[in-house]
Design a protein around this ligand. Structure first.
Ligand SMILES: Cc1ncc(COP(=O)(O)O)c(C=O)c1O
Length: 477
C-alpha cells in the first residue's frame, strides 16, 4: 500500500511522508489529510492527532521493506544532481545585500576626525576610537573603558589571546608553553574553530557535556577548582554554536564564583550571538559575566569576545575584547608591540552607520526577518519528517545561527556522507567535538542561514531522508 499526505487546507500537496506510511503506520502531523491510494479514499487527521510508530517498534521485515522504499527515494534524489550547502554559518547574499548603504558612509570629502579629535586616517588609538569602544561596549553590555576594539575577526583575537598566554603568559604568570601540561575545558557540542585553536597549541581538551542551562557546572567546578593545569574554558554563552543554548542565570553565577586552582585560569566567553535574536517577543537573556565576576571577587577571570561579523560583514566587521582593567593593561602592553593600531576607518564607518546600540538592534531585526523563515522551515521539516519516529532530537533556538541535531548513536557520519553523495554539504561529522571525535557519532550541526529558502527546503528533504535511512540501517544492524 502506498499513501500520500495532503495539507488539510489543500494548498500544498505533501508526499514526503509516503514512504513512512508503508500502509501500516502513519506520520500524520496536525491537520493533514491522508490519502490511501490503494483503497482510494481520503482520511483526515484532526489537529493534534498523531498516529505513528517509532522505528524501534518496527519488526525486522518492516524495517527491511522500509529501507528499500527509502533507498528508492534516495536514488531519485541523488539523480537530481543537487549542489546545496548547509555547512557553515554564513549570512546569505540577501543579508549582505541589505548593507549596501554601508559603503556610502565614508567618501573622500567625509569628516575623518573622531570624537576625541583624532584623524582616523592616521596611525594611533591602539585600543580603538572612543565612539567604537562605546558602541562595542554597548553591544557587550559593558563600559567602554573595559573594551579594546581590534581588527576584523573575534576568532583572531581569541587565537592571539591563547598564543599570547602560551608564549608570554597571563599577566605575568609562567608562559603556558613552559608547563608540562595545559588543559582547556570544551563544552560539547561546541564550535569547531575554538577547538582547532587549542588543538594547534597542543592544549589538551576535555569534553564537558552541555545541558539546557549551559555546560555541566558540577564537572566544570570540579576541574577548574582542583586541577591547576586547567587554564581555560571555551564558552558560547548565548544562542550557543551549535545548540542554541543560552546559559541560565545560575550557570553564570556558578561561573563567576569559581575558585580556580590556577591563578591564570580564564573563561573564554565568546558572545558571538549576543544580539542575534530571531524574534521580537521571544529573546533569551544572559547575565553579564564581567559584572558577575567582579561582584564575586573574581574580576580578572574572564575575557569576553564579540564581533559584528554577523551584523555587518563577516571578515570586514569590528571585533572586540572585553575584560578587567588589569587584563586589558596587560593585553595593551603586548599588542603595542604587535601593531600601531587597528582599522579606525572601519570603526568610524560602523559608528556612523549604526549611531548607537539602538541602531544596531534595529538593524538586527532586518536580519531576523530574513533568518526566521529559514529556521522555521527547518523546524517544520524536522517535525513533519522525523517527529515521533524516535530517530533524532534537535534544538529549536530563538537566536543564533545553528540548529543542533542528534541522530541515533553511530549514525551521524553515515548521514553526512549520504547527504554529500546526494549533493548536500553539511558540517563534517565530529566537527562539534574536540579532535573531531564525537564519542557517540551522533551530533550534526545544521546551518540554515546561507542557502536561499527553496534550496534549504530541498536540502532538508535530503537530510531527513538520509537520517531515516541511516537509522533504519542502524536498527537492522
Ligand atoms: C561562536 C563563534 N565565535 C566566533 C565566530 C567567528 O567570529 P569572527 O568572524 O568575529 O572571527 C563564529 C563564526 O561562526 C562563531 O560561531
Amino acid at each position: 500500500m502506498h499513501c500520500n499526505l495532503y495539507l488539510a487546507s489543500g494548498i500544498k500537496e505533501r508526499q514526503t511522508a509516503a514512504a513512512d506510511c508503508g500502509g501500516r503506520f502513519f506520520l500524520a502531523c496536525t491537520g493533514y489529510v491522508y490519502y490511501d491510494n490503494e483503497n482510494d479514499q481520503k482520511r483526515f487527521f484532526k489537529v493534534g492527532e498523531r498516529k505513528m510508530k517509532q522505528y524501534s517498534e518496527l519488526s525486522r521485515s518492516e524495517l527491511i521493506e522500509l529501507e528499500q522504499r527509502l533507498f528508492l527515494q534516495y536514488e531519485d534524489m541523488r539523480a537530481r544532481g543537487l549542489n546545496l550547502n548547509m555547512a557553515r554559518g554564513l549570512p546569505s547574499a540577501e543579508q549582505l545585500d541589505m548593507e549596501a548603504d554601508f559603503f556610502g558612509i565614508l567618501y573622500p570629502d567625509s569628516e575623518f576626525i573622531s570624537e576625541e579629535g583624532k584623524d582616523c586616517r592616521n596611525y594611533g588609538e591602539l585600543t580603538g576610537i572612543h565612539e567604537a569602544r562605546r558602541l562595542m561596549g554597548a553591544m557587550m553590555e559593558i563600559k567602554s573603558e573595559n573594551v579594546i576594539v581590534f581588527g576584523n575577526s573575534s576568532l583572531n583575537v581569541m587565537y592571539d589571546t591563547v598564543a599570547r598566554s602560551m608564549v608570554l603568559g597571563v599577566c605575568g604568570s609562567t608562559p603556558w608553553c613552559k608547563l608540562d601540561k595545559v588543559k582547556f575545558l570544551c563544552p560539547v557540542p561546541g564550535y569547531d574553530r575554538h577547538f582547532a585553536i587549542t588543538e594547534q597549541f597542543g592544549i589538551e581538551m576535555i569534553n564537558i557535556p552541555m545541558t539546557n542551562e549551559g555546560p555541566d557546572m558540577d564537572l566544570v567546578e570540579n576541574y577548574v577548582n582542583n586541577d591547576p593545569s586547567v587554564k581555560g574554558i571555551w564558552c558560547v554563552p548565548k544562542y550557543s554554536n551549535p545548540g542554541g543554548v543560552t546559559y541560565s542565570d545560575e550557570t553564570v553565577r556558578r561561573f563567576a564564583n569559581l575558585h580556580p586552582a590556577a591563578e591564570d585560569f580564564r573563561i573564554f566567553w565568546d558572545n558571538a550571538y549576543c544580539i542575534h535574536h530571531l524574534y521580537d517577543d521571544r529573546q533569551d537573556k544572559l547575565v553579564e559575566i564581567l559584572d558577575a565576576c567582579e561582584k564575586a571577587g573574581n574580576p580578572d577571570m574572564v575575557y569576553k569576545f564579540c564581533s559584528t561579523s554577523k551584523v555587518t560583514f563577516p571578515g570586514s566587521g569590528l571585533a572586540a575584547l572585553g575584560a578587567s582593567k588589569k587584563n586589558l593593561d596587560y593585553v595593551k602592553s603586548v599588542i603595542s608591540i604587535q601593531t600601531i593600531g587597528h582599522d579606525k576607518l572601519n570603526q568610524l564607518r560602523h559608528v556612523r552607520y549604526f549611531k548607537d546600540i539602538n541602531g544596531m538592534k534595529a538593524h538586527m531585526k532586518k536580519h531576523a526577518a530574513i533568518l526566521r523563515p529559514k529556521f522555521e522551515l527547518v523546524q517544520r521539516k524536522l517535525n513533519e519528517e522525523l517527529g515521533g519516529l524516535g530517530i533524532g532530537e534537535w534544538s529549536n533556538p530563538v537566536g543564533g545561527y545553528f540548529v543542533s541535531f542528534n541522530t541515533l548513536p553511530g549514525c551521524a557520519g553515515t548521514v553526512i556522507s549520504m547527504c554529500k553523495e546526494a549533493g548536500v554539504t553539511m558540517t563534517g561529522a565530529g566537527a562539534t567535538y574536540p579532535y573531531k571525535k564525537d564519542p557517540e557519532d551522533s551530533n550534526i550541526r545544521i546551518a540554515p542561514t546561507f542557502p536561499p529558502i527553496d534550496e534549504l527546503d530541498q536540502a532538508m528533504d535530503v537530510f531527513t531522508l538520509c537520517v531515516k535511512i541511516a537509522s533504519v540501517r542502524k536498527l537492522l544492524g
